[in-house]
Each structure stands twice: as C-alpha cells, then as structure tokens.
Design a protein around this ligand. Sequence first.
Ligand code: E4P
Length: 217
Amino acid sequence: MKFFVDTAEIDAIAELNDLGMVDGVTTNPSLIMKSGRDIKEVTKEICRMIDGPVSAETIALDAEGMIAEGRELAKIGENIAIKVPLTWDGLKACKVLTGERYMVNVTLCFSANQALLAAKAGATFISPFIGRLDDVNIDGMQLIQDIRTIYDNYGFRTEILAASIRTVNHITEAARIGADVVTAPPAVIKALASHPLTDKGLDTFLKDWAKTGQTIL
Ligand code: E4P
C-alpha cells in the first residue's frame, strides 16, 4: 500500500520522506490555509522534494473553471495530480484533464455510486473520505470495501486513495481491505510505530541492562 501524506507542512513531509515513507502528498484548500503559504510556492517545494504524485485542488465550481485551474496547477510540477470535487462538473473536468494525460484525483467521495462514476470518467485516484463519514455515523470503512469490490468486479484501474484518515486503525483496515493508497496526517503515520508493549518492553530491557553494569560503546 502506498503512503501519501495529507499536509502542506514542508518540514513534516521532509521528515517522513527521509525515512522513505512518502509515496505522494495530498493537499486541499484547508491544508494550504493552515500552512499560511502561497499555493504555488509551497506546492512547487513539495513537488521538488517528492517523486510521487502531489495533489493540488481546484476551487472553481464549473467544469471550465476547474479545467483552466487544473492546467495552471499542472504547470507547478510534472508530478501534480489535479484534484477536483466529485460533482457532475468535477466529473466533466476529470474526463477532459485525464484525456490530456494529467493525473486526476477526484475528491470528496462519500458513496460507491460516486466512485463508480469517477472510475468511468477515467480518474487516476478516487478519494473516499472515511473519517468524515464516521463523523456522521456512517461506516467509512464499508465504503472502501464497497469500492474495492466494484472496481475489482469490472477491472477499473482507478486507484482507491483512502482519505480523511483519523486513526491508525483506519490505516490497518484500509490495508486489510486493499485500498491502493492511504493519505494520512503526519502524526497518524508516525503513530503507526507506537505500541505500549514496545515501550514497556524497552523499559524492562533498559532496567535489566543497567544491572549488568556493561556498556556497548
Ligand atoms: C484528502 O485528500 C483530504 O485532504 C483529507 O484526507 C481530508 O481529511 P479531513 O477529513 O481530516 O479534513
């Protein structure tokens, strides 16, 4: 499973990238706002740092506007994936932009039917939002399962990019189901390394080691 980092914070991306943990990056208007940076400047920096796809989101609501913005965003770097919302106009923009050989990430997906349409429109990635479904008491993980089943039934090549990840369990479940990609905030990716039994075991080993009076270096 590929790991994308869901942030526009350069330092956080760099830290994970140094460990080889970053296969791509996703941003959205809220993440750009939080970074306090200019979208083109910060996205260019990310594109230079990362080999994989870097999603940059359009803000127009009509297809023509999304297409124009998408082409403009794609000038930032060769690894830009243009992010468009899952609306009828977003699907039109997806069809045109993928026809021009751009990578397109169709975002704000909340149903299997929406995902089916995105695949038929040729999307490179579909982004189902797990956490936001969980927030309204709908099982977000069931959506990932449904999309996996439907895409496999018909051999759609659109990659399932599990998004709106809030917990490490979301990542475990998405991996178990077979999502192609997960995009998660840096803190959630780092939390994958934590386990209380690891901490407890380490504490015991260090206490016992101290009793030996030995050193390694
Ligand atoms: C995905 O591409 C989005 O940027 C992101 O995962 C949204 O997550 P949120 O629901 O935690 O804002």
